[in-house]
Design a protein around this ligand. Structure first.
Ligand code: ARG
Length: 271
């Protein structure tokens, strides 16, 4: 039986004041589709309010002009046990974000480990508190060499998982941690071997289907009970509710145009 009790969390988010879609580095981004930045800011504020209303602490980082994807704070770093493994972005358009996030973490007094390998932070790293290990994605953005580097930086075992569907280019578009030992994932986003690994490690996982994944239903943040999830992902919300979680739908339609949703906007600060 899953213990679905909430624990209060601390998150880092970046307001989408400079958000737009001016380049395309994933299949969701269409530079010809109009983006309503003011609406994105309002939707993002609703997300922040939902987090604080559920007892969580929200920190924000100052957005920088010319870095439209900086709103996806999950990519800025990956933190476990108070130590931060910094990001190193795959595409030049996002590379300056790494320094902005590094500055924030250092100023806040966290132990910061600078990476030498390409990795996109919590976009491709997830922490499972019960067994105390890290799940790490590769195939599109993060270099598998960064998995070993993260394990060394953070002193936690790392399980590497290969992503094979470019619509789900970051681990956090295909898999999420729901509580200390339960995850949810969309099996077809992973190679056959990685699917086998996931089945072995997580026999009780909540299995998502293609519709759930396409609705960004896996790009969620859970506090162990309340699950903040993209409002479009109604099927996913129903699955979560049937497993004892409480779905909190958040409308982030504007940010989906950049290829991200709830989880992409949130970096969890694990003390
Ligand atoms: N436009 C961004 C990119 O392609 C979206 C990042 C989404 N973030 C995430 N954690 N999946 O890099």
């Amino acid at each position: 039986m899953t213990d679905t009790s909430a624990t209060s969390r601390t998150y880092l988010l970046c307001p989408p004041e400079h958000y737009t879609v001016s380049y395309a580095i994933n299949p969701w981004m269409d530079t010809t589709a109009p983006v309503d930045t003011a609406l994105a800011v309002n939707q993002w504020k609703t997300l922040c309010e939902a987090l604080t209303e559920h007892g969580h602490t929200v920190h924000t980082i100052e957005p920088e002009a010319g870095l439209p994807d900086m709103v996806y704070a999950a990519n800025g770093a990956f933190m476990v046990d108070g130590a931060v493994y910094g990001a190193r972005f795959r595409y030049p358009q996002r590379q300056p974000e790494a320094a902005a996030y590094e500055k924030w973490f250092r100023a806040a007094g966290w132990r910061f480990v600078a990476p030498t390998e390409t990795n996109e932070g919590e976009g491709d790293f997830a922490y499972v508190p019960g067994p105390g290990f890290i799940l790490a994605g590769y195939g599109f953005r993060t270099d598998p060499r960064a998995h070993a580097e993260a394990g060394e930086a953070l002193g936690r075992p790392v399980v590497s998982l290969k992503l094979v569907d470019d619509r789900f280019y970051h681990l956090d578009t295909a898999l999420a941690v729901l509580d200390d030992e339960t995850i949810t994932y969309y099996p077809q986003a992973f190679s056959a071997s990685s699917r086998k690994v996931l089945r072995q490690l997580f026999p009780g996982a909540v299995i998502a289907d293609e519709a759930d994944a396409l609705a960004f239903g896996l790009n969620l943040v859970s506090d162990g009970r309340n699950v903040f999830v993209n409002a479009e992902a109604t099927g996913m919300a129903a699955k979560l509710e049937s497993r004892g979680y409480r779905a909190v739908p958040i409308d982030l339609s504007e940010l989906k145009k950049g290829g991200g949703s709830v989880k992409c906007c949130i970096s969890e600060l694990r003390l």
